[in-house]
Design a protein around this ligand. Structure first.
Ligand SMILES: [Zn+2]
Length: 259
């Protein structure tokens, strides 16, 4: 018996999606929280439709902005097709946040007391193929002598535990600050949005897993971008934000390339 069977069926499709496969640009975009979709076998996880469409299930607007960035930067885009409620691909399997029993104000009944076999099945079906694909793309680029710059794209909720968040864009990094430093300088110069370093949370909260897994060991310049989701709630605002971010990213990539 395959333990992973029963999580994803052929009707659900693949866990990972890749767009702009033949992109020429140096940037590789990753969107771990692109979708609120649940595999059929997961049901509703015991959640209301309000919870299932909220920020606990996905990063609203993040995939739309990622797709615009992919076009503007001619960048490969890898995104997860299923909700982070089933498996949060920006967390390692040993983290309680990978399959959370609670997220902000919501209890998640379908994630309560998961057995080792259930945790393994979700990891094997959702997490492993996602990160294997990113590894494979980065490896094939390296083999072809092409540089890669890893940029992960997220959105965050404007109100968390009842408190409004003033920061509009977070530029997050782990131990490699090269790209983030230049982007933060560029943002300060532009003065257009309230942009902050490692905000509204940072590496101490365990949010740099994808960067740590794929970029740091190989020395790829990298950054994680967090956009407050009320700023990317419609296609006009998404276009404005993607334009702004594409400018910051492109300048930072060329600056780091010159170092
Ligand atoms: Zn996210």
């Amino acid at each position: 018996m395959l333990v992973r069977s029963g999580i994803l069926t052929s009707a659900d499709g693949d866990a990972v999606a890749v767009e702009n496969v033949n992109a020429d640009g140096a940037v590789v975009l990753v969107c771990e929280h692109a979708s609120s979709l649940l595999p059929t076998a997961a049901g509703t996880l015991g959640l209301s439709s309000e919870a299932l469409s909220s920020h606990i299930a996905w990063d609203p607007g993040a995939l739309a902005v990622s797709r615009l960035l992919s076009a503007k930067l001619d960048a490969l885009l890898v995104h997860q097709r299923f909700s982070r409620l089933v498996y949060d691909c920006n967390r390692p399997p040993e983290s309680p946040a990978a399959m959370p029993e609670k997220s902000e104000i919501y209890e998640i009944p379908g994630n309560r007391d998961l057995s080792v076999a259930e945790r393994y099945a979700r990891t094997a079906a959702i997490y492993v193929p996602f990160h294997d694909r990113i590894s494979a793309e980065l490896a094939s680029r390296a083999a072809a002598g092409r540089p890669s710059v890893l940029v992960t794209v997220h959105s965050f909720t404007p109100i968390y535990f009842g408190k409004p968040r003033a920061v509009e864009i977070g530029i997050l990094h782990d131990t490699d600050t090269r790209l983030a430093d230049v982007m933060l300088d560029g943002a300060a110069e532009a003065g257009r949005f309230r942009v902050e370093r490692n905000s509204p949370y940072g590496p101490e909260d365990g949010v740099t897993h994808t960067l740590r897994l794929h970029a740091l060991p190989a020395g790829h310049a990298n950054v994680m971008i967090e956009v407050r989701n009320d700023l990317i709630a419609n296609s006009v605002d998404q276009e404005v934000m993607a334009d702004y971010l594409a400018g910051l990213i492109a300048d930072a990539v060329s600056s780091v390339g010159r170092q």
